[in-house]
Design a protein around this ligand. Structure first.
Ligand code: ADP
Length: 394
């Protein structure tokens, strides 16, 4: 740099003395820098070669403008990049389009009567800059993409969790409302019955007393059933202790239905479709009966008065199937995946007011899972429902 600067200052003296024109000043600068440049490039490339990372770097320092101010204070711009051909001070010439500006510098000299303001800019070019950046940043890019994915999935998970919590809270409130509702009726009936028993009116009247005692017994059984239901529901399928036996499933189904018919109103028609498959089933009779009776009770509770109980073998998946079909209110498809959840009841605004705790189907499903089987529901809403239990053939 000092090589062309000293030379330029010497020529400036000649210019001042009138021995040099402005054009000659610039030509001399151009000649001087072309003379220095090969040496500079050699130094620059040697320096680059020593670097561990081999980048293809181009460097140029170009003249931007030269202003001369004489002793009277008149400024004359003798060079600028817009009007003159580029003068490369140091480095190699490459297209301005691919040049990256590194800095601008100003050299001022006011030792001689003519003051000099000499401006230059340094540009660099790194071939394959984008590819290099991409390579250098690829780790970071992958990491940030992973982080982004992680944050998005975390957000998704939290929202899901929040919705689940909300639903759980609603289900619990519903359960408390339901159980209060369920307990109220037997308790008030019990209190009425005991009042009747202790009243003067019942004193000595056997008929009234017997009637009151029967009411007390019935309500007592009802309360007991409610409590049993809540207690049973605390069992998950892993905790259900089955005592399995192998028995004839057609006979079992027929006997179960014979008994069940006795406990229901004569207005309800219960059809049977029991295949005599001859293939024994391995199950716990007590639990399996509870599950089937739960389904039969629901079928009647939710409006069914024509039921069909079927039993047979599903050859496709090697299972015994037991299905209970009803012509009740049905279950809209949007609720079907929830009805086996603990405490879940279809909200009252979508059905009529049926009493219950939302535990029956949950418990039924736990029993069937304990047997290694499955339970599914088919219903189009309003057209009744079919619940099917499947137990694997041993
Ligand atoms: P609960 O009968 O005490 O409400 P369940 O677990 O037995 O509880 O049933 C859950 C929900 O599934 C019920 O609230 C009801 O809306 C619906 N459901 C069950 N069985 C039937 C059926 N056979 N027909 C129509 N809806 C049913």
């Amino acid at each position: 740099m000092w090589l062309y600067r000293t030379d330029f200052l010497e020529n400036l003296n000649a210019y001042e003395n009138g021995n040099f024109t402005e054009k000659a000043l610039l030509t001399a600068l151009r000649n001087k820098t072309s003379e220095i440049n090969p040496g500079f490039l050699q130094l620059f490339n040697d320096g680059l070669a020593k670097e561990e990372e081999k980048y293809n770097v181009k460097f140029k320092k170009i003249l931007t403008s030269v202003e001369l101010t004489d002793s009277l204070g008149v400024t004359n711009e003798i060079y600028n990049t817009e009007t003159n051909d580029t003068i490369i001070l140091l480095g190699e010439n490459f297209s301005q389009k691919e040049a990256l500006l590194i800095n601008n510098s100003t050299w001022q000299d006011d030792q001689s009567p003519i003051k000099l303001n000499f401006k230059s800019s340094i540009y660099m070019n790194i071939t394959d800059w984008d590819a290099i950046m991409l390579k250098e940043l690829s780790g970071l890019l992958i990491l940030s993409s992973l982080l982004f994915l992680f944050v998005v999935s975390l957000l998704y998970y939290s929202i899901q969790n929040l919705m689940k919590q909300k639903r759980l809270a609603e289900i619990k409130t519903d359960f408390i409302n339901n159980i209060t509702h369920e307990l109220k009726t037997p308790l008030s009936t019990l209190s009425l019955a005991t009042k009747t028993l202790t009243s003067e009116h019942a004193n000595g009247n056997k008929e009234i007393a017997d009637n009151a005692v029967q009411i007390i017994e019935r309500q007592n059984t009802r309360l007991q059933k409610l409590i049993d239901q809540v207690l049973q529901s605390s069992l998950g399928y892993q905790e259900i202790q089955l005592s399995k036996e192998t028995f004839n499933s057609s006979i079992f189904m027929n006997e179960l239905l014979d008994d069940y018919i006795l406990s229901i109103s004569s207005e309800i028609k219960l059809q049977r479709n029991i295949d005599s498959t001859g293939i024994p089933i391995e199950a716990d009779q007590f639990y399996l009966s509870t599950a089937i009776i739960n389904l039969l009770n629901n079928a009647i509770k939710y409006g069914g008065n024509e039921l069909t109980a079927s039993y047979g073998i599903d050859k496709m998946d090697s299972t015994h199937y037991i299905s209970i079909k009803d012509n009740g209110i049905g279950i809209s498809p949007k609720y079907q995946r929830f009805i086996f959840e603990k405490f879940y009841r279809i909200s009252e605004k979508d059905t009529h007011n049926y009493k219950g705790l939302g535990l029956g189907l949950y418990y039924t499903k736990q029993i069937i899972k304990a047997h290694g089987g499955s339970i599914l529901v088919e219903s189009e809403g309003n057209k009744g429902s079919v619940f099917t239990i499947k137990i694997p053939i041993i």
